[in-house]
Design a protein around this ligand. Sequence first.
Ligand SMILES: NC(=O)c1ccc[n+]([C@@H]2O[C@H](COP(=O)([O-])OP(=O)(O)OC[C@H]3O[C@@H](n4cnc5c(N)ncnc54)[C@H](OP(=O)(O)O)[C@@H]3O)[C@@H](O)[C@H]2O)c1
Ligand SMILES: *[C@@H]1O[C@H](CO)[C@@H](O)[C@H](O)[C@H]1NC(C)=O
Ligand SMILES: *[C@@H]1O[C@H](CO)[C@@H](O)[C@H](O)[C@H]1NC(C)=O
Ligand SMILES: *[C@@H]1O[C@H](CO)[C@@H](O)[C@H](O)[C@H]1NC(C)=O
Length: 321
Amino acid sequence: MTWLDILYHPIWAVSTALLALVVRIQRRGRWDPQACTVQLKGKTTIVTGANTGIGKFIALDFARRGARVIMACRSESRGTAALGEIREKTGNSDVHLRLVDVSSLDSVREFAARILEEEKALHILVNNAGVSGLPRGITKDGLEVSFATNHLGPFLLTNLLLDLIKRSAPARIVNLSSVNHKKGHVDFSHFHGENLTYYMDKVYNHTKLHNVICTNELARRLEGTGVTATSVHPGIVMTEVLRHYPLIVRLIFNLIGFFFFKSAEEGAVSSIYCAVAEEMEGITGKYFDCDCSLTLPGPLARDAALAVKDFEVCERLTSKL
Ligand SMILES: NC(=O)c1ccc[n+]([C@@H]2O[C@H](COP(=O)([O-])OP(=O)(O)OC[C@H]3O[C@@H](n4cnc5c(N)ncnc54)[C@H](OP(=O)(O)O)[C@@H]3O)[C@@H](O)[C@H]2O)c1
Ligand SMILES: *[C@@H]1O[C@H](CO)[C@@H](O)[C@H](O)[C@H]1NC(C)=O
Ligand SMILES: *[C@@H]1O[C@H](CO)[C@@H](O)[C@H](O)[C@H]1NC(C)=O
Ligand SMILES: *[C@@H]1O[C@H](CO)[C@@H](O)[C@H](O)[C@H]1NC(C)=O
């Protein structure tokens, strides 16, 4: 036997396939959305960034349950394509596209105004739109673009829709954060692009920490209103999330991901769980892991005094002067 014979021996193919199968079975969550019979007929839902990745599968699930689904997307063409796909797959024609660029406060205000005009209720809001690896940029509101997209825009959106959500109680707000929030720090000068270094997803990690902090503070403020707010980690999911990274990084991610990471459909499960599962009724201010288990977020995300301060800073930054 030469070393080439060993290299190409069928044993490798068989064991790789077996390993992949075991990993696939293992990474399947504990909760199965298909087995959950909750119906959303008569309920109105909004999912941001619903044209691809995790958001598309969240919207698809809500549509299957008979909800009125508003897909909040920034691209008309990408949004329309996903809208057609979801309508066709579910037979639900009460699925609609509304355009919003969550990184722009003006766009968020316009979007929210239209929703308040057109919708009588809002039972589920999923803040899913997000970016990773964007180069440094400052929006016309003077905000650093990753912070504007992942945190301040969605923060404003949630606040503008809050009265409608409260009137629709019981209602749920679900925010997609990430386990990366544990590596984030809070420095309010970050919001303006100061004191930031752009390496190893550091900026992303900071933004995802603000998500958990403000979700928890919002939950505290909403106590007794019948509106709950939870944050989730979707898992490591094969989506377009690395679109701003070099091709080689994406190739390696996808190669490893094929065996070990979740599909976008699997990545949507923990968010769907928080949004619809009966056992989640009334549970608020908590963080859920990708297997739908209740998990303690990082220490900074549990600092109540920091949360009050962060929420106030974000309110000030997103209020009209
Ligand atoms: N994938 C992971 O491993 C992972 C891990 C932890 C957390 N997450 C979180 O999960 C969420 C969904 O990510 P994904 O993996 O599904 O990513 P994705 O495939 O890149 O999808 C992101 C979605 O957000 C939209 N979006 C981005 N910027 C926007 C803006 N300024 N205004 C409106 N929409 C915008 C995108 O729209 P376009 O298509 O038009 O750009 C797209 O629909 C994000 O919050 C992400 O941080 C993902
Ligand atoms: C989740 O909600 C909070 C409170 O409104 C908001 O500050 C935060 O930006 C939201 N998170 C996401 C990912 O949109
Ligand atoms: C952030 O940078 C400013 C100057 O731009 C500086 O005054 C401040 O101390 C820095 N904050 C932190 C936490 O490093
Ligand atoms: C951001 O979080 C990820 C995942 O926890 C970690 O691998 C990475 O090192 C973090 N980046 C920095 C700069 O802390």
